[in-house]
Design a protein around this ligand. Structure first.
Ligand code: PLP
Length: 383
């Protein structure tokens, strides 16, 4: 696939380029195949069959059953749907356990819930961004309605120990929601290995357009739809389905599943090369987060003596895209809540940059990125 305008795009945790195979699969559903999937005649039935095929593909990416997949508009909606459902069943269960390094979709919802009388436990992480399962165990109470935790952190790539987390939740008989928006497509996932009740994913992290996501809801999990009434999605989410984007998500899921093992090896090697070169050629470069137990595509680096906003401006001039925090907080000068929770001081957080690789990252991109970063860091340090 052709590169767009000489860009070196190393911000794949923020969003990804739409794969042309995904686009091709989607296009007919935006043009001639416009039937409403709820309609009983031919073109309606075609749309409904397209939804069913996409549901199977998405389910298969995480080893779920098709009926366990609910299509949504994005990862944030999936997260909100799962959490709001879990707290809606029992007025005596109002406590939610999550962590201090979740995505803002979870953090903001929990802040909102706290104002409405819910008690929220924000589990801390250590200096490498790791969660202590023992602390999780101790935090679960009689009135805990849900544990909601990341699989992989969007800023550092650090992985939470999902197997242990799920075992604890099962023992304590508390439903578990996993925000796997960054993990799906980057790691092989089998929802039936672990007793997870809900799992959120998002299309635009998988080379699919923005505006579509999915929520895995394990069979027999108690579920209350969130706000949008209607009969679609088996009554779980109203509104005529976005057939084109859901079809795209199906194709994106299939492509992700096909390439997952080879891609992991290729991308990890490029990420490691970038990290090693920068650490050898520049002094004072530190990895934020667990260097081993993390996503293969992500490196979050702290460059002593620079400010990330300055670096981003220099990179931008040379066509290198990366991020100074999570996508949702870039543009703001607040240090990232993730790095802050890991105990990285304010200056250190402001000196940190996240590089996240993807399917279209080449060796040449990494070679060029290394040169650009080295030049920019040396320049900033000499000022
Ligand atoms: N969760 C994580 C870990 C994310 O990285 C993101 C997006 O960056 C989201 C949730 C939200 O997904 P979406 O942008 O599809 O709403």
């Amino acid at each position: 696939m052709k590169k767009s305008g000489g860009l070196i795009y190393l911000d794949n945790n923020a969003t990804t380029r739409v794969d042309s195979r995904v686009f091709d699969e989607m296009e007919p559903w935006l043009r001639e195949e416009y039937g409403n999937p709820s309609s009983a005649y031919g073109i309606g039935r075609k749309s409904s069959q397209a939804l069913a095929a996409a549901r199977e593909r998405v389910a298969s990416l995480i080893q779920a059953q098709p009926e366990e997949i609910l299509f949504t508009s994005c990862g944030s909606e999936s997260i909100n749907t799962a959490i709001r459902s879990a707290i809606s069943h029992d007025p005596d269960r109002t406590h939610v356990v999550t962590s201090a390094v979740e995505h803002s979709a979870t953090i903001k919802l929990c802040e909102h819930l706290a104002k409405r009388g819910h008690e929220i436990t924000l589990l801390p992480v250590d200096s490498l961004g790791r969660l202590d399962p023992e602390r999780l165990k101790k935090s679960i109470r009689e009135d805990t309605a849900l544990v909601s935790l990341l699989w992989a952190n969007n800023e550092t790539g650090v992985l939470f120990p999902v197997a242990e987390i799920a075992a604890i939740c099962r023992e304590k008989k508390v439903p578990l929601h996993i925000d796997a928006v960054q993990a799906v497509g980057k790691l092989p996932i089998n929802v039936h290995e672990f007793p997870i009740s809900f799992l959120s994913l998002s299309g635009h992290k998988l080379h699919c357009p923005k505006g579509v996501g999915a929520l895995f809801i394990r069979r027999r999990t108690r579920f209350t739809p969130w706000l949008i009434g209607g009969s679609q999605e088996e009554g779980r989410r109203g509104g005529t389905q976005n057939v084109a984007f859901i079809t795209a998500l199906g194709k994106a899921a299939e492509l992700a599943a096909d390439g997952i093992h080879d891609e992991t090896v290729r991308i990890r090697a490029l990420r490691d090369r970038l990290e090693t070169t920068l650490q050898h050629r520049l002094s004072g470069v530190h990895v934020n987060g667990d260097p081993v137990f993390r996503l293969p595509n992500t490196t979050n680096l702290r460059f002593e003596g620079i400010e990330s906003e300055g670096a981003l401006m220099l990179f931008d001039k040379e066509g290198l895209c990366c991020s100074a925090g999570s996508a949702c907080t870039s543009g703001s000068v607040h240090p990232s809540h993730v790095l802050t929770a890991m105990g990285v001081p304010r200056d250190g957080a402001r000196a940190s940059l996240r590089f996240s690789l993807g399917r279209f990252t080449t060796e040449e991109d990494i070679e060029n990125a290394e040169k650009i970063v080295i030049r920019a860091v040396n320049k900033l340090r000499s000022l």
